[in-house]
Design a protein around this ligand. Structure first.
Ligand code: IMP
Ligand code: MG
Length: 186
């Protein structure tokens, strides 16, 4: 294993999901999406900023013509807990009427963010809306939300890397790691 530099200083020793393991799973999800959306007009929506790394890897594993768009949303709350009050910071560039929409998120925690997004997008006349999340913390779910494509189910711990941040840092970590609790408890 390569030596970890300053970037890895604040995480627990154990890497939760390594870059190779993530790559393999992303390829599997890509194959599944490719099969499911044959002959459909697919628009993939990446949720900024946490999903950008996953999104850019995933779209390249899908062997279909597809359009991409992005939304940025902010959920009020502390850096490690979302409140469910969601605000759209950047909306889609194009309408999604009659399109098959696949929303790509980094992680489903309480489910509040995606549940807001799901009903918001549904009201815009899409032909279908599905959700793809790299990570899922089922133990923390507060609302009933079906995730159509899930990368990994993980325990209730705060993780960073592969797009996921704490206070905007660690997104460029190739692996997904558990943040040392003393970093956010101080
Ligand atoms: P939810 O609304 O509680 O499902 O929260 C989803 C959002 O909270 C994600 O898009 C992340 O930005 C953030 N989040 C939840 N858990 C984590 C975590 O373990 N690490 C980093 N961000 C997280
Ligand atoms: Mg975040």
């Amino acid at each position: 294993m390569k030596a970890k530099g300053l970037l890895y200083r604040d995480v627990e020793e154990q890497v939760l999901l390594g870059a190779e393991q993530i790559k393999k799973r992303v390829a599997e999800i890509g194959v599944q999406i490719t099969a499911d959306y044959q002959g459909k007009e697919l628009v993939m929506i990446g949720i900024l900023k946490g999903a950008v790394v996953f999104f850019s890897d995933l779209v390249r594993q899908i062997d279909l013509p597809l359009a991409i768009d992005f939304m940025a949303i902010s959920s009020y709350g502390s850096a490690t807990k979302s409140s469910g009050v969601v605000r759209i910071l950047k909306d889609l560039d194009h309408d999604i009427v009659d399109k098959h929409v696949l929303v790509v998120e980094d992680i489903i925690d309480t489910g509040l963010t995606l549940s807001f997004l799901h009903s918001n997008l549904l009201s815009r006349g899409a032909a279908s809306i599905r959700i793809c999340a790299l990570l899922d913390k089922p133990d923390r779910r507060l609302v009933n939300l079906a995730c159509d494509y899930t990368g990994f189910s993980i325990p209730d711990a705060f993780v960073v890397g592969y797009g996921l941040d704490y206070n905007e840092l660690y997104r460029n970590m190739p692996d997904i790691c558990v943040l040392k609790p003393e970093i956010y408890q101080q």
